[in-house]
Design a protein around this ligand. Sequence first.
Ligand code: SAH
Length: 238
Amino acid sequence: MMRSRSCPWKATILSIMPRMFPGPLGESLSGRALREGLWGLDCIDIRDFATDRHRSVDDTPAGGGPGMVLRADILANAIDATRMEVPDVPLIYMSPRGRPLTQQRVRELSGEKGVMILCGRFEGVDERLLQARNIEEISIGDYVLSGGEMAAMVLIDAVVRLLPGVIGSADSLESESHEKGLLEYPQYTKPREWEGQTIPDVLLSGDHGRIGKWRRAEAERLTRERRPDMWKKYRGGN
Ligand code: SAH
């Protein structure tokens, strides 16, 4: 089995449901890379840092209202103890109020030694913790999940596929959607004709100059049609 010599990129997860991991991250590309030691995963059970007999981690919201809130003191115990093991990685709280995750932030995170991710549950976490530990909040989109675990998996999956050796050909990453501010061009494979539709002739021409131009034009067309916001930025930057 292949082991990377330097310490691989490591995700450290703080959750009250650590058994959700590796979950889908144990399959396919990320799963193989995990088994090959190209990245690491450490899941900490927040309940291990509770201070009472019932191992409780949450309490009712100050000011009233439905649901429960994860306690600052218990979370800080978990974070501070774990920080000693992974002192210099970004600390992130998955949160629908966070800055939306982008391919650019994913790429930056892939250049770090790893990440430490706090997964919320219930109504979220006590605000004082976020301030006191200077935690970056990241959202995976404008909708609400029931917990941060699946959001953390999304972030980790996006990072892991960028790590050296995880995807065989680095070329396949270059033209991808969001990598250069454009959506990716359409892809085709065999059979050549399917339900009366054929593959565009240019892709079968073997002329790499023409193929490149066609793909560029299609990427621009799709971006213009589907993502006026991205198109505006792309045009502005050119
Ligand atoms: N009451 C909160 C939502 C709590 S959802 C609010 O309205 O802001 C419970 C947990 O799920 C959150 O603490 C967070 O960790 C996670 N979560 C929910 N939606 C998310 C999203 N879009 N992105 C990242 N994490 C999310």
